[in-house]
Design a protein around this ligand. Structure first.
Ligand code: NAD
Length: 282
C-alpha cells in the first residue's frame, strides 16, 4: 500500500493561520458562491465552502439559479445581488450549464473579490508572474507538495489536463523558480497519443482530467508520487481520476479522493479572501 497524502492536516494548518487573520479583522467578511443548475460536483463545492466559511465566521451567501436561466437574466440577477452584498470574495461554481457563457459571467466579479482567479485579467497577472491571487485548486496542489516536502525542482512532472481552471495555472506554478517549481514538465490532454508512455516517465504525476479511473496501475511507475485532482460523481459516490484499487497498491505515495486535494482547495480559497483584508486590518 502506498503512503497516503491526506489533505486534512494541510487544510488544518491553513485554517489555523486564517482564523488568526480573521480575528484581527473588525468587520464581517462576505463570501458569495454562485451556483447555476444542479451539477453534483458544483453543488458539492458550494456546500463545502459554505460549511467551512460559516465555521470561520465568514458570512456565506449562496446565489442559486435554475439550469435553464438565460444569460442576460442571470447576469442581471447576479449583478443586483453582488451590488447589495458587497462581497470580499466571489466564486462561480463550475461546471455551469452549457448554454451559458462563463467568461461573460466573470465580468460581474469585482477585481478585488476574484479569489479563484476566474477573470482573464486576474489569470493574466498569474501567467505574467505577478499573481494577485493563485487559483485555489492549483494552489492547493502546491500546498500539498510543500506540506509533504515533495520537491519538484528538476523532477520529471507529468500533468494531465490543460484547463484554465486547473491544468494551465498549475503548469505555470510548477515552472516558477524554487524547490516546488522548476519542474521538467510534460502536459498531457485529450489529444495525447499513448498516455501511458508519458505517465510511466513521471516521478510526480498530477491528474486533472475529470475522467473517473483514467489512470490505471499499469500506467504508473512504482516510485511515483500521484496527486489526484479529479472529483467525479459515480454511482452515488465521489471518486478520483486515478483508479484507486490498482494505483494505490503500487506507487510510492498518493492523494485519496475524497480526503486529498479537495479539502485543501476549500481552505485555500478561503485564505485567498483573507489576503485581501490586509489593508483593512487596524
Ligand atoms: P476540464 O474538463 O475543464 O478539463 C479536463 C482536461 O483533461 C482537459 O484539458 C482535457 O484535455 C483533459 N482530458 C480529458 N480527457 C482526457 C484523456 N482521456 N486523456 C488525457 N487528458 C484528458 O476539467 P477541470 O475543470 O480542469 O477539472 C478536472 C478535474 O478536477 C475534474 O474532475 C474536476 O471535478 C476536478 N476538480 C477538482 C478540484 C479539487 O479541489 N480537487 C477543483 C476543481 C476541479
Amino acid at each position: 500500500m502506498s503512503k497516503l497524502l491526506l489533505g486534512k492536516p494541510v487544510a488544518e494548518r491553513i485554517y489555523t493561520e486564517l482564523k488568526e487573520k480573521l480575528s484581527q479583522h473588525k468587520e464581517s467578511v462576505r463570501l458569495v458562491s454562485i451556483l447555476i443548475g444542479d451539477d453534483p460536483s458544483a453543488t458539492q463545492y458550494a456546500r463545502s465552502k459554505g460549511k467551512k466559511a460559516e465555521k470561520l465566521g465568514i458570512s456565506f451567501h449562496l446565489l442559486q439559479y435554475p439550469a435553464e436561466i438565460e444569460q442576460s437574466k442571470v447576469e442581471h440577477e447576479i449583478a443586483k445581488s453582488l451590488n447589495s452584498i458587497k462581497p470580499d470574495g466571489v466564486i462561480i461554481e463550475k461546471p455551469i450549464p452549457k448554454n451559458l457563457n462563463f467568461e461573460r459571467l466573470t465580468h460581474l466579479i469585482p477585481d478585488h473579490a476574484d479569489i479563484d482567479c476566474q477573470k482573464f485579467t486576474t489569470l493574466g497577472k498569474l501567467f505574467a508572474g505577478e499573481p494577485e491571487f493563485v487559483p485555489a485548486t492549483a494552489g492547493a496542489v502546491i500546498e500539498m507538495l510543500k506540506f509533504y516536502n515533495i520537491k519538484t525542482s528538476g523532477k520529471k512532472v507529468v500533468l494531465i489536463g490543460r484547463s484554465l481552471t486547473v491544468g494551465l495555472p498549475l503548469a505555470r506554478l510548477l515552472l516558477l523558480k524554487g524547490p516546488y517549481g522548476d519542474a521538467t514538465l510534460s502536459i498531457c490532454h485529450s489529444k495525447t497519443q499513448n498516455l501511458s508512455k508519458e505517465t510511466l516517465k513521471a516521478e510526480i504525476l498530477i491528474v486533472a482530467a475529470g475522467i473517473a479511473g483514467l489512470v490505471k496501475g499499469d500506467m504508473v511507475s512504482k516510485d511515483a508520487v500521484v496527486i489526484d485532482v479529479g472529483i467525479n460523481y459515480v454511482n452515488g459516490k465521489y471518486v478520483g481520476d486515478v483508479d484507486w484499487d490498482s494505483v494505490s497498491q503500487k506507487v510510492d505515495s498518493i492523494t485519496p479522493v475524497p480526503g486529498g486535494v479537495g479539502s485543501v482547495t476549500t481552505a485555500y480559497i478561503l485564505r485567498n479572501i483573507s489576503s485581501q483584508l490586509k489593508k483593512n486590518i487596524a
